[in-house]
Design a protein around this ligand. Structure first.
Ligand code: HEC
Ligand code: HEC
Length: 292
């Protein structure tokens, strides 16, 4: 009888011990991933001053969706909280961040997803798209954000709940955004002397990749490969980008509709035409000769 009881106790202790060991393992793995440091040097950026810079910075920030996630005054908000998925993502108050970080640190955070302490942001922040932003554009956006009055903004922080650790270790949660970026890849040249295709490529790679991804890495499920845009006439393409109404006028996913209505009305006609020229150039046999 005693032996039998001992046996049950040993079994119970073994099970409890195994669960504790596994929990510790999962926690340590997730924690070491979250706190991994990335060695990305600060870029020597110039921050030009001038009457037009702040307004242009705001336009660029709106087009790239900073307000969509960080709130109508960039005051920060809960971006998504799915307790079942074990993650609470917060898009922080950027007016506060702009006071805590130097402008060069801010630029590295936006384009590389690497914070001043060397740790990475989570992939809810689309730094993989903003990596492609030119020095001038990122500088204008940061000059604009730094010009904003400090808000009494949202204070919450990113949290990974225990179920989140498990999903992380199982590879079910996307890992650090800094892992999705080749930190030494050349950026698309924004100077783009005279070529609408190059200008369009720059715009598409630093704007549309947020959802449409690149190299097949689609971010928002359902976003098609953008070669589809080559099938559009220019008139229909401009209408889609400005209003979210696609060819055939079917109802499409709200991500695209909202991006068009709230962000891309700020794109100039020349910028939309340049993107169109770029998409047409992706598909051989569709020269950009289609007129409005
Ligand atoms: C799709 C949503 C989304 C968009 C669009 C977005 N952000 Fe973020 N951003 C986030 C989230 C979520 C975080 C927090 C990530 C984390 O917790 O690691 C974040 C973090 C940041 C941080 C780091 C703050 C810190 O505490 O270190 C900066 C800086 C930032 N974003 C700037 C921008 C700028 C500038 C833009 C526009 C060019 C932008 N974001 C667009 C979601 C977004
Ligand atoms: C916030 C996410 C998001 C952004 C940013 C975004 N898109 Fe989309 N886009 C989508 C989604 C999702 C769909 C799929 C819509 C559907 O089929 O219901 C889509 C569909 C499309 C389509 C196909 C429409 C069709 O006929 O089926 C084109 C073309 C397109 N987007 C172009 C662009 C361009 C160009 C940009 C950048 C200027 C861009 N998108 C930025 C999410 C986005």
């Amino acid at each position: 009888m005693t032996t039998y009881k001992n046996y049950r106790e040993v079994l119970l202790l073994t099970i409890v011990g195994a669960i504790l060991a596994l929990t510790l393992y999962v926690y340590v793995r997730a924690d070491s991933e979250l706190n991994r440091k990335y060695d990305v040097p600060l870029a020597p950026l110039e921050f030009p001053e001038g009457p037009g810079i702040v307004a242009e910075g705001e336009r660029l920030a709106r087009i790239r969706g900073c307000f969509w996630c960080h709130g109508a005054s960039l005051e920060g908000q809960k971006y998504f909280a799915e307790a079942g998925k074990g993650i609470i993502a917060v898009a922080p108050d950027l007016t506060r961040v702009a006071r805590e970080y130097s402008r060069a640190e801010m630029a590295r955070t936006v384009r590389h997803g690497v914070k001043p302490d060397g740790t990475s942001l989570q992939p809810a922040m689309p730094s993989f798209a903003y990596y492609n932003m030119s020095d001038a554009d990122v500088a204008a956006i940061i000059t604009y954000i730094s010009s904003l009055p400090e808000q009494d903004g949202f204070q919450g922080r990113f949290e990974l709940l225990p179920i989140g650790w498990v999903r992380w270790v199982l590879g079910r949660l996307p890992s650090n955004v800094a892992d999705l970026i080749d930190h030494t890849a050349p950026r698309p040249d924004p100077a783009l002397a005279g070529s609408p295709e190059n200008r369009g490529r720059y715009l598409a790679e630093s704007i549309c990749t947020e959802c449409h991804g690149d190299n097949g890495r689609v971010r928002v499920p359902g976003s098609p490969n953008l070669e589809i845009a080559a099938a559009y006439t220019k008139t229909n393409f401009i209408r889609l980008i400005r209003t979210g109404i696609p060819m055939g006028e079917r109802d499409i996913d709200y991500h695209m509709v909202d991006a068009s209505k709230y962000r891309y009305t700020l794109l100039t006609e020349a910028e939309i035409s340049a993107m169109y020229a770029f998409f047409r150039s992706l598909v051989p046999g569709t020269p950009n000769k289609d007129s409005p």
